[in-house]
Design a protein around this ligand. Structure first.
Ligand code: SAM
Length: 252
């Protein structure tokens, strides 16, 4: 997979050299490029923002540098008018082979495990990291005619910029790439994979500060352990995230 990130703070993306994404880069699974948006400005001050039309507080990111940056970084693949459609979530879709442009924004669709899985099947992701009051809307509208544009939110809160959101989305996506996790089975039972949260996990020692590991986990009875874990998943989800549970009884 290829990932390009455009930001006015490229150093913010340095953690991508560490840990799991760093390993994916080293192994050739991930081809990552970080770009400075200011490289596409044309004035002496390398200006990327201006006052909002209609008035109001803050500044808005100008369309020109974004347009030139994304013209270079985004690839339209084999798109054609016949292959294009627009889904009811406001996402425009294009034929295979092109880039997916991801614009982090608090007004986007929420990042979910299902979306991360979907993105992990794409060939090329491009992240446009906004700052200030965000990016001039015409940038997203313009590129939606050329590639799939996804405005994605990390959650119902406001960050200062899109870089942290891009880091989070990239990590969620890259760990799902085939061949990335040493033990792919460890992905299967994770929280949000099948709508339930994960069961509580324990390691040695069996007793720590007066707290014992649940007896059943020491029993060696894999059937009972699996049933206990499922029960814990349902209980935890009911307590912490009842909104995730489907209506009706939960199957074993
Ligand atoms: N004025 C914008 C609003 O109210 O929706 C918030 C702009 S925020 C200060 C600056 C940038 O941070 C956004 O353009 C976006 O890139 C990023 N950002 C902030 N919160 C985010 C979130 N919850 N999810 C994804 N990106 C976010």
């Amino acid at each position: 997979m290829r990932i390009d990130v455009v930001s006015i703070f490229p150093d913010y993306l340095a953690p991508l050299d560490l840990s799991l994404p760093g390993r994916a880069r080293a192994s050739g699974l991930l081809d990552l490029h970080v770009h400075d948006l200011r490289d596409w400005t044309r004035d002496r001050h390398r200006t990327v923002d201006d006052t909002p039309y209609g008035g109001g507080a803050g500044m808005v990111m100008k369309p020109e540098p974004w347009g030139e940056a994304l013209d270079e970084v985004v690839s339209t693949g084999s798109t054609s008018d016949e292959g294009r459609s627009t889904s009811d979530e406001g996402r425009s879709t294009s034929d295979e082979g092109g880039s997916t442009l991801i614009v982090p924004t608090p007004s986007g669709v929420p990042l979910t495990q299902a979306l991360a899985r979907d993105l992990s099947t794409r060939e090329h992701l491009v992240f446009a990291c906004g700052r200030y009051e965000g990016i001039d809307q015409r940038v997203m509208d313009h590129f939606a005619d050329r590639v799939e544009v996804l405005e994605v939110s990390l959650g119902d809160f406001v960050l200062n910029g899109g870089e942290v959101a891009a880091l989070a989305i990239i990590e969620a996506v890259v760990r799902l790439l085939p061949g990335f996790m040493g033990n792919a089975a460890s992905l299967d039972e994770e929280s949000h994979e099948d709508g339930l949260l994960e069961y509580p996990v324990y390691t040695k020692p069996a007793s720590w500060r007066g707290l014992d590991v649940p007896e059943i986990l020491l029993s060696g009875d894999h059937g009972r352990i699996a049933a206990w874990r499922h029960d814990q998943r349902v209980r935890r989800t009911r307590e912490r995230r009842p909104d995730l549970l489907p209506p009706g009884p939960i199957s074993d």
